[in-house]
Each structure stands twice: as C-alpha cells, then as structure tokens.
Design a protein around this ligand. Sequence first.
Ligand SMILES: [Mg+2]
Length: 383
Amino acid sequence: MKITKVTPIFCDAGWRAFTFVKVETDEGLVGYGECTDNRSSFGLGGCIRDLEPRLIGQNPMAVEKLYWEMCQHFQQNPGGIAQKAIAGIEIALWDIKAKALNVPLYELFGGPLWDKIRVYWSHCGTYRARNPELFTTKPPLKTLDDIAELGREVVARGYTALKTNIIIPGERPRMFRTFDQNIDHSLLKAIDRLLSTFRKAVGDEVDICLDLNFNFKTEGFIQVARAVEPYNLMWLEVDIYEPEALLQIKQSTKVPICSAENMYTMKGYQPYLEKHAMDFCMIDLPWNGFSESRRIAALADMYEIMVAPHNYYSHLSTFISAHFCALVPNLKIMETDVDSVPWRDDITTELPDIRDGYLYLPKKPGIGVELNEKEIAKHPWPK
Ligand SMILES: [Mg+2]
C-alpha cells in the first residue's frame, strides 16, 4: 500500500476552522486526522502541504518511521504549527493502519484498560457568552440566574464535572480576557460570584474546574488561586511557559493546578514534570500526535502525575482522545465540548456515545469515525 495524497480540509467552526488531514492510498483506504487550533489554519494547511511530497509513495503502515521522518523535516521548527501538522497526519496514518488490520486503534497497543471514560463539560457557558449568535436556541447568559440555570442543565444532562472560564454575565455577556495581565478586586469578586453560583446550582458532588488561560502573571494566578479555595475545585487551570513560576503557583495554594495544554513533545513537558510543577497534566492529541501523547503520558506517570487530554474540537478529536484515554493508566478525566457550531454533528459519520457523564469507547475499526466531506463543503473556511 502506498500513500497517494495528503490534503488539509477546513470547516468553518464559528470563530475558527476545524482543521483535518485526509491521507489517501492506492488501495482505496482513507485515513482522517485532526489538528484544529484556534487561529493558525492557513499556517497549518501550509505545513501539511510541505510534508506531502515527503509522504507520497511511502507505505502508510510504517507510522512510526513516517512520524520521525516528519519530525526530521521540521527539525529547524520544532513544536507549534509544525508539530500540529505532523500530529494530524500521524493520526490519519494510525486510522489507515488500524482499518487495514480491521481493529479499533486501541487494539494496536494492547487493548483498552476500560470501556468508558469519565468526561467533563468544557467551556461551560464560555461559547454561549462569547459567541451568542451561534447559540440562539440556548438561554442567553444575562444574569447569575442564567448561570445557575446552565449549572442545572449540566446536572440534568448527566455530567458529573464541568469546566468554565471567567464569564461575565450581562446584557452583552463576555468571556474575560486581559491584555495587560493585571488583576483587580472587581475581577476577583466577579470570579467569586461565578463560582459560588455554579457551586450552588450543581451541588457538592459535581466537580468544577476554572480555566484562567494565559490571563495573568504568577502573582495574578496566585491571587485567583487563593480566592477560589472555598469552592473545592477539581482544578484551577493556568497556562504559563515557565516551570518555576508554575511550581510557585502550585505551592501557594491548596487548589490543585492543571496546566500544559499548549506544550509539545516529551522534551517540552520534561522541565515541568520533573519539578512536579502541576497536579494534573494536560496533553493535546491533535497537537502532539497519538504516539507522542502516549509517551508524554508515560513520562507524567513516572512522576506520579495524572493526565487529562485537551479536547475542544470536532467529534473526530473526541474519538481520537477516547482511544488515547483507553490506554492511559494515569488518566484523570477527558475534556469534551458540549456546545459547538450547530453543524458539528453533521460533519462526522458518528457521534460520541456519551451517557451519564461517561464516553463509551468506539468499537469500529480505525478511529471509528469518518468525515462527511459533503457536509464540510457546506461550511467553507475562510467564510
Ligand atoms: Mg485550558
């Protein structure tokens, strides 16, 4: 079997493009991968096209060899969109290999550790606040009562955990973003109101996480961490590119700290893991690739740290992350976006089987889901 074509595929996803990779072969087998990110789809597509000549004519079953050849191709540009493009292609190659062998992907690695994965409702309220034009059938987040209603929706739909961002309800609700990375008392009070509303609405037994993204420097993250201690969070999530600073944040509070969603490869994670700078380690499958993500999870396991995949994309990514979770002994929980563009369910042939807060593992050969390219063509990117 030989690779005949490698194509980036874009689909309007509202504020970004779902970015996929299609790998075709001379035997008719097709593999799909995903490497969506927030704002680099043209760069990603360019990197995928840069790699295509290197892959044409090669045997797609040699996944590991091709992965390292792609890394060598971009060895002067490690990480970033280059690693994302490699990851999207590598995932598509695993899809082809598992389909050729007629087994679900996790069977290539010894079979699943469990048959269902606990998931949390991520960006809970975030997209409804930030992109209300996409959620016209959902109640707007104008008041704290609307936040409470959303919390009750989480429980009613069977989820046992949620993650939110700094949402400021109002006539024009918004997701808070700093430019200057400063924090003040009014913002701390807004965070307190948000979390106390969610906590009252969901009760004591539903886990809550708050994601602060890159909004602050060390001092600001510490102020928030101390302020949210009464809410018994599963974790407070921070993005920062300095291991000592992350360790300082972790040691300043009793709130567990999750980080590292934006990091690449074992080499990128090592300085954080060896310092035990976080309680939970996030790993992004569409940005690292399947094998490298497994290696990072194993490295985290060596340091007694639980991992949680970063997954806020299409259903294809959710299936990929499910195969990963099936194989990780030090798994905490898996991220999933409940809210998305209304056509997300149309662009894949299968939907994730999520019931009572758990995702049941796919059982079809390969990743277990195909892209519906006809539906994707109805939502071109750029718009
Ligand atoms: Mg995050």
